[in-house]
Design a protein. Structure first.
Lengths: 107, 107, 107, 107
């Protein structure tokens, strides 16, 4: 969870949907707490697993939203910047960073 | 999150590790809250994504533990019960249930 | 792809469905060849990706079938063997092996 | 596997690496054939599963390469086109298409 100080001035890709992301994460946090409650109440393992799958799916949806916001904001603005500076490496670096993040998602 | 009333009397596969599961889920809940904080503080999208991947991975580990506990307790005891009753369908039903749960994990 | 010599005498979990597995793998092989053809014909990257996802899904289905066969044959017969020998480690080893394989599937 | 006629004139994102992709797909095709041989020779289910996981992983790597090529070529050129035409919907459509494809990969 290292801070990305060098990016601090740019507006974030997800800025427009910030409230929606916070609401979704709040809901996911509640779902995780619900799973702990199920374990605490000795509920059936398969039912616990079903809930874990649901949370994993909800996290995937958040990831996908972040990837989309990242591509449409950060990558696209890097493309413009690269054109203005005549330096394609600016966009290449952003694309590589996005690809690495997607690779961690699909593992 | 439908309750599995019919299973209520059996001891759970994860019973022996209940405290360990609760600790792991508590930590995951904290990680989700940490992601919300990152979004709230406008941290860089790729750093947020990295954290989401970490939580997904932690949830996968919990799932895998539950699957292992389920097979070694519920499936194995169903195998014994099926032998005692001379009815292989008892274990088949448990195996099917486990497979369906694994299928939801690997999607 | 290390050979599992020590297992050579046991009947395989998938034995009953061998022909079905061979047919599914034949079809997957053809799908992979189809993807190569798409690349060779310079088809659109997103269409190629869609086909790669379809093959991945087909492989997941094969994996899930093998996991189910493994649990219902190898794990269940190890449970019986463990009971007969009074040695629970026999079934524990099989369950661990199955869990490791499932872990590689959900990554 | 619907053809994407409307894209037929554009050079493909993966064009530069076409030979590398064809070699990788050839190798994956051979791996799938190897799995069929393992099943045919009644090899141990866990060893078969290990090979299926290896092929799935190889396909993920191909997917990730295609996603990277798609973003760095198709999305970036759509960004330029959108700027030239003063129509942001051009790039939005490409980003949506890429996101949908990534969503199918992470499922």
């Amino acid at each position: 969870m290292e801070a990305a100080v060098e990016h601090a001035a740019e507006p974030r890709g997800y800025a427009g949907d910030k409230e929606a992301y916070l609401r979704r994460l709040k809901r996911i946090e509640g779902q995780v707490r619900g799973i702990a409650r199920m374990v605490d109440e000795d509920q059936y393992c398969i039912d616990v697993l079903t809930q874990v799958s649901a949370v994993t799916k909800a996290l995937h949806a958040v990831s996908l939203g972040l990837v989309q916001d990242h591509i449409s904001h950060c990558v696209v603005s890097a493309a413009r910047e690269a054109d203005a500076a005549g330096d394609p490496r600016i966009v290449d670096a952003k694309v590589q960073e996005a690809t690495d993040a997607i690779g961690r998602l699909i593992r």
